[in-house]
Design a binder for this molecule. Structure first.
Ligand SMILES: *[C@@H]1O[C@H](CO)[C@@H](O)[C@H](O)[C@H]1NC(C)=O
Length: 290
């Protein structure tokens, strides 16, 4: 029903111009709720740090208090170090319902010294099957790195430390549903997926290494916050100006495009758009649109 939701998107964008709310800095207490894990998820240091942990009995998770309809959302993550095989740290945006939209980062752990896989996917109206996977050009367990999602009416860009790794464009013009009318929350969880995560499930979680811990800090969002059917554009950077709404029409400049090609050439290990065996009826339409 893309055509029926298009007017909403247009109204939304035009009503946002020049309209913004300044919120406080990205305190994790103010922006997130621990949702599960029975004490395994903790917000520490007055809201500057959040940790998730996983042991044999349970993983843990949190979600944003707000729902967002478009945003530019940064979070720094430091992933489970050492032997993290079998663990998955998921960090994503998702709406609700049977025809949900979702924008995913998932970090698949590995044996000490072997590379994590950064798995990405985009669901629109309940349909995903758009996986791209990457190795990273650094050890994501040694320090915090910034993982960002730019989601505006024209495109979704996944970035790592400011380097774009994936772009999903709004191609409704050729019949590809695009997430643009269902508000999404931010979710994250650390859980055991040793039936599939590491080398396709061959390497199991070593529970003698538990608890496994992943850490989060420096949440920073410029976003349109959805609340009881209305939205406002909020920025939680301390001093914001209307220039902060530039993300709503942001696109990759030539440097960004070059960086994206560099990552895709050197670090991409799976792309659904080249998996012709998986799509015997033909690749999804967005794969053939340049
Ligand atoms: C783990 O390491 C192996 C060997 O280097 C590699 O093939 C695999 O892609 C790595 N990542 C995961 C999550 O399995």
């Amino acid at each position: 029903m893309a055509s029926s939701t298009l007017p909403l998107g247009l109204v939304l964008v035009s009503s946002l111009v020049g309209y913004f709310v300044i919120a406080s800095a990205g305190n994790l207490y103010q922006n997130f709720d621990v949702t599960w894990g029975d004490g395994r998820a903790k917000i520490l240091n007055n809201g500057d740090l959040l940790t998730l942990s996983l042991d044999k009995a349970s993983g843990s998770g949190f979600q944003s208090k707000n729902e967002y309809l478009f945003g530019k959302i940064d979070m720094q993550l430091k992933l489970v170090p050492g032997n993290s095989a079998g663990t998955v740290t998921a960090y994503y945006l998702s709406s609700k319902g049977a025809e949900w939209d979702e924008i995913d980062f998932e970090f698949l752990g590995n044996l000490s010294g072997d590379p994590y896989i950064l798995h990405t996917n985009v669901f629109s109206q309940g349909k995903g099957n758009r996986e791209q996977q990457f190795y990273l050009w650094f050890d994501p367990t040694a320090d915090f790195h910034t993982y960002s999602i730019l989601w505006n009416p024209q495109r979704i860009v996944f970035s790592v430390d400011g380097t774009p790794i994936r772009e999903f464009k709004n191609l409704e013009s050729i019949g590809v549903p695009y997430p643009k009318s269902q508000p999404m929350r931010i979710y994250s969880s650390l859980w055991n997926a040793d039936d599939w995560a590491t080398r396709g499930g061959l390497v199991k979680t070593d529970w003698t290494q538990a608890p496994f811990t992943a850490s989060y800090r420096n949440f920073n969002a410029k976003a349109c916050v959805w609340s009881s059917g209305a939205n406002s554009c909020a920025s939680n950077t301390p001093s914001s100006t209307s220039a902060d709404n530039a993300w709503l029409s942001e696109e990759l400049d030539s440097t960004g495009q070059e960086r994206l090609r560099w990552v895709q050439k050197n670090y991409m290990i799976y792309n659904y758009c080249t998996d012709v065996k998986r799509f015997p009826q033909g690749l999804p339409p967005e794969c053939n649109a340049a």
